[in-house]
Design a protein around this ligand. Structure first.
Ligand code: BG6
Length: 468
């Protein structure tokens, strides 16, 4: 097991993690459980404080009841000692951020925390709020001098609602925070198995065939069993395309197609990722009918109490990459809510050999049952000459490695405390990814053409027309 000593440089300054949106779904399900696990394994600097902001009159006990339920659901157990650590570190500040002058309260609370700990802690502002609210908060932080060098901004997706709003958000934030202080979260990049796609690609035997001469199609799937889970307002403003494709799935695609840098430094990785994203041809208005499919699960409209909603709870896109390396390869991205399974995979289909025999198939299973499966052609045992497909199957969790498998949010927090930008998105990457889906976002927002309906618990709309 790793300890704090090994994770951080000696001079790392402990953070005050200021959470905007502490009562939200994300804090309850992902952020607070991740902090709990880090505290359990002693992986946060000793003096770390969590400061949750809410306009409601709530105490840490109220906040943590729901978190405990989520930890129990996810881990099957909730360690009372670690829970106590979390409770001891969590402070709640009642504040109405929409009211002028309220940020003074935050400044006073932060000064007090510094005073109690006898040092100037790093302020890590965690924005788990809609993009327009982020804009206001950032402005207020700036006005109250809370944007100084020892502060960092951690911003949840979606970063903007479309290209234009993302650009505006970038501009507003850059007035108060410089790029080094900003950490734009895409938690898929922080998943162990996504990082492993890159490491896998450094195996020379695969990198040599990693191109359109050998690969015919790449299918990236993120199916979810869960429906929108009551997140009515958020989902009505977002939809599957914005929620998963513009962010998580395009990042997965970038990691799959980028030109591997000679070294995996943050700067080189970002350069390669941006180049990859910029090489993906945007789906234009005229391509939408042919290359994009959207669906909505039955019962969604009743759930959000909007009988006319044409929000997509399922989205699939066919994309092309304009480089020589990926010439004529089909890239399919698909995701949906309320489907029959939770499954995230990147499937790389190789072309058949000269005799047209069995295709090799390589599947990165991002979740669950993280692993890599390579389908190969082998001789069927016996006196005949028959061949058959067999799998080389690596189960990531079976590997006897003496460390825990950090959850993506644990990784996000540790890297933000360290100040390591490698697994976060730059503003240029965000803009490049919005550009790819911009026309589809516009068209799907403006009309309900070709919206397909599917049953909850089914496999969703048929996307075979996209797949070769
Ligand atoms: C979030 C989306 O970014 O990712 C959610 O907003 C989605 O709608 C979630 O459910 C999926 O994350 P994971 O890690 O459970 O696959």
């Amino acid at each position: 097991m790793q300890s704090t000593n090994k994770l951080y440089e000696n001079n790392v300054v402990a953070p005050v993690l200021v959470v905007f949106g502490i009562t939200g779904d994300l804090a309850k399900k992902k952020l607070l459980p991740a902090i709990y696990r880090l505290l359990k394994d002693d992986l946060l600097p000793k003096e770390t404080v969590i400061l949750g902001l809410t306009r409601q009159n709530l105490g840490s006990k109220d906040i943590l009841t729901n978190t405990e339920i989520c930890i129990n659901e996810a881990d099957g157990i909730c360690d009372p000692k670690a829970m106590k650590k979390l409770k001891d570190r969590l402070q709640i500040l009642q504040i109405d951020i929409s009211k002028l002058g309220e940020f003074k309260k935050l400044k006073t609370a932060l000064d007090q925390i510094d005073k109690n700990s006898g040092q100037k802690l790093n302020h890590l502002y965690y924005m788990s709020v809609p993009p327009n609210v982020t804009e206001n908060i950032v402005g207020e932080l700036g006005k109250h001098g809370l944007n100084k060098d020892n502060s960092r901004l951690l911003i949840e997706k979606p970063f903007g609602f479309d290209y234009k709003s993302a650009k505006k958000l970038i501009k507003v934030i850059s007035k108060f925070f410089n790029e080094d202080q900003i950490f734009r979260i895409d938690h898929y990049l922080a998943k162990e198995t996504v990082q492993n796609i890159l490491i896998f690609r450094y195996n020379n035997i695969f990198e040599k065939v990693w191109n359109g001469a050998n690969i015919s199609e790449v299918i990236i799937t993120a199916n979810e069993k869960l429906d929108i889970e009551g997140r009515k307002v958020f989902y009505e403003e977002t939809g599957a395309l914005r929620d998963l494709i513009q962010s998580h799935l395009l990042m997965l695609l970038a990691v799959t197609i980028l030109d591997l840098p000679d070294k995996m430094t943050s700067q080189k990785l970002h350069r390669a990722k941006l180049k990859a994203l910029e090489s993906i041809s945007p789906v234009t208005h005229s391509d939408i009918k042919k290359n994009a499919i959207r669906g909505q699960y039955e019962g969604y409209r009743e759930e959000v109490e909007n009988p006319n909603s044409h929000i997509d709870t399922f989205a699939a896109l066919k994309l092309n990459v304009s480089t020589k390396r990926w010439h004529k390869v089909n890239f399919i991205l698909r995701t949906g809510k309320a489907l029959n399974e939770k499954l995230t995979t990147v499937e790389v289909k190789f072309k058949p050999n000269q005799e047209g025999l069995q295709n090799n198939n390589l599947i990165f299973r991002i979740q669950p049952h993280e692993g890599i499966k390579l389908t190969m052609l082998i001789k069927e045992p016996g006196f005949n000459k028959k061949t058959k497909a067999a799998d080389l199957d690596l189960n990531y969790r079976d590997e006897k490695i003496d460390v825990t498998h950090p959850d993506a949010y644990e990784r996000v927090l540790v890297d933000a405390v360290k100040g390591d930008h490698s697994l976060f998105s730059t503003s240029s990457e965000i803009l490049a990814s919005w550009k790819i889906v911009e026309d589809v976002v516009q068209e799907w927002t403006s009309n309900s053409n070709n919206l397909l309906y599917y049953k909850k618990g089914s496999s969703g709309p048929d996307v075979t027309s996209l797949i070769e």
